[in-house]
Write a protein of this length. Structure first.
Length: 232
């Protein structure tokens, strides 16, 4: 991996944090370690990072709070949560905030690197593609700018919202298979990623509600269908 990839690592367990930082650096990343959410936030506001890896349970400022503040400052930077908890409510809360991935402890460092690289490939691949603009009813959807526009209203989409809506648009008025979407965007079709996708579908429906002709419907046992009226 190129050395110019800069990672913000927030982990209050000193031993684990140092091991992760050293391993990431050995893999060619530029990784900086912070012991709590406040230190991480101060660093994020001063520097540019390509991806953030946040422990959920941290002193001074927990990972969820830090992620919300990061999202307010930058809606695009990928976020991975690390946690010792396996509670569905916590994992879903992380995805609602806009997490790109969620890893429960204990985990292998090789798995973490794999997930980091997969997310970065997705993000960088999207940026290198030519601009794709979809006409979605009365909306204009620019996948490169991650913008959904209707009239004077512009909505900046998160990376996950953008990827999912682009996939739906490429299958407009057809069934988008649930498993295909999960493996394309989330890599793995496990329970938590499936619930995360449901959360993002709900977000997209809210973004599209200004045009009542547009619908995202559930196809039981199969997936979703984006309904767009045929152009005259």
């Amino acid at each position: 991996m190129e050395e110019n990839v800069k990672i913000m690592l927030c982990e209050d367990d000193e031993n684990l944090g140092m091991l992760l930082r050293e391993y990431l650096q050995a893999k060619g990343f530029s990784a900086e370690l912070f012991p709590d959410g406040e230190a991480g936030y101060r660093a994020f506001m001063k520097q540019k990072y390509d991806i953030c890896i946040l422990d959920v349970m941290m002193p001074k400022k927990d990972g969820f709070t830090l992620a919300q503040e990061i999202r307010q400052a930058n809606g695009d930077v990928p976020i991975i949560f690390l946690t010792a908890k396996l509670l569905k409510e916590d994992i879903l809360e992380g995805f609602k905030i806009g997490a790109d991935d969620y890893i429960t402890k204990p985990f292998s460092m090789e798995e973490l690197v794999f997930r980091v690289e997969a997310i970065l490939r997705r993000v960088r691949g999207k940026k290198t593609k030519e601009s794709s603009v979809y006409k979605v009813g009365n909306f204009t959807f620019d996948t490169q700018k991650q913008l959904l526009v209707i009239g004077e209203k512009q909505t900046k989409l998160t990376t996950k919202e953008n990827e999912l809506l682009a996939l739906l648009c490429s299958h407009a008025n057809e069934i988008l298979q649930r498993d295909f979407a999960l493996k394309t965007i989330w890599i793995d079709d496990n329970y938590f990623n499936a619930r995360s996708m449901d959360v993002y579908i709900t977000k997209l429906r809210k973004h599209l509600k200004d045009d009542p002709q547009i619908e995202i419907i559930n196809i039981h046992g199969k997936g979703y269908k984006l309904i767009i009226p045929d152009e005259e």
